[in-house]
Design a protein around this ligand. Structure first.
Ligand SMILES: [Zn+2]
Length: 201
């Protein structure tokens, strides 16, 4: 029998074998495919998808970042992550956590748990977002650092939890940062504008 492709559990443990609870919603236009050989998997468009379309609503258990296990969570605050890997009920994760990072992404965050298409996405195109859109350093947790192999001409090579501070990215992803980062960036911009305004007067 064909498995439910959209919520296929990978690495299902004996404990979770019978648990079919789905935490996240994935747009049926998307599917996880093997890519680049080995165990590497990524999200792809099965069908053409329009700009602005909702791609995912991330769900899962909410953990303090300091307790985060693995690399399958979406950071939703300086201190918290929503995570498809459960430390309480097993070690499975959902398809929605197979989105890879790209320095030239076609998807962005809305709110904290929505991922939307930033532009039209063609059939068979890999769907990615920039991890800078949701990462922030956390007190007490080791700094996030990932070598990027996205191969884009503008690749930053190393992705960190401080990348949201890069002015160029703030401009490029305006409206696509997680709410808590967007809020912080908007406040900084406002403060700078006031400061510059008072200098001019
Ligand atoms: Zn890159």
């Amino acid at each position: 029998m064909q498995q439910d492709r959209h919520y296929q559990f990978v690495g299902v443990s004996a404990v979770t074998k019978n648990i079919q609870q789905k935490f996240s919603w994935l747009n049926p236009n998307l599917e996880v495919r093997s890519a680049g050989g080995g165990d590497y998997k990524s999200m792809f468009a099965r069908m053409a998808t329009k700009a602005g379309e909702r791609l995912v609503i991330f769900g899962g258990e909410v953990f303090p970042v300091v307790e985060q296990i693995g690399d399958y969570g979406i950071q939703i605050d300086e201190d918290f992550v929503i995570n498809g890997v459960s430390v309480h009920s097993g070690d499975y994760y959902e398809d929605t956590f197979f989105f890879n990072h790209s320095c030239e992404p076609n998807a962005g965050i809305k709110g904290q748990i929505f991922l939307v298409a930033m532009r039209d996405i063609a059939v068979d195109e890999e769907v990615t977002f920039d991890y800078a859109m949701c990462l922030h350093e956390t007190k007490g947790a080791p700094p996030y650092r990932m070598e990027c192999l996205c191969g884009r001409t503008n690749c930053r090579k190393v992705i960190t939890d401080n990348d949201y501070k890069i002015k160029e990215l703030q401009k490029k992803y305006d409206g696509y940062f997680s709410w808590y980062l967007q809020d912080k960036i908007d406040r900084l911009k406002k403060r700078n504008a006031t400061r510059n305004g008072s200098k001019q007067s």
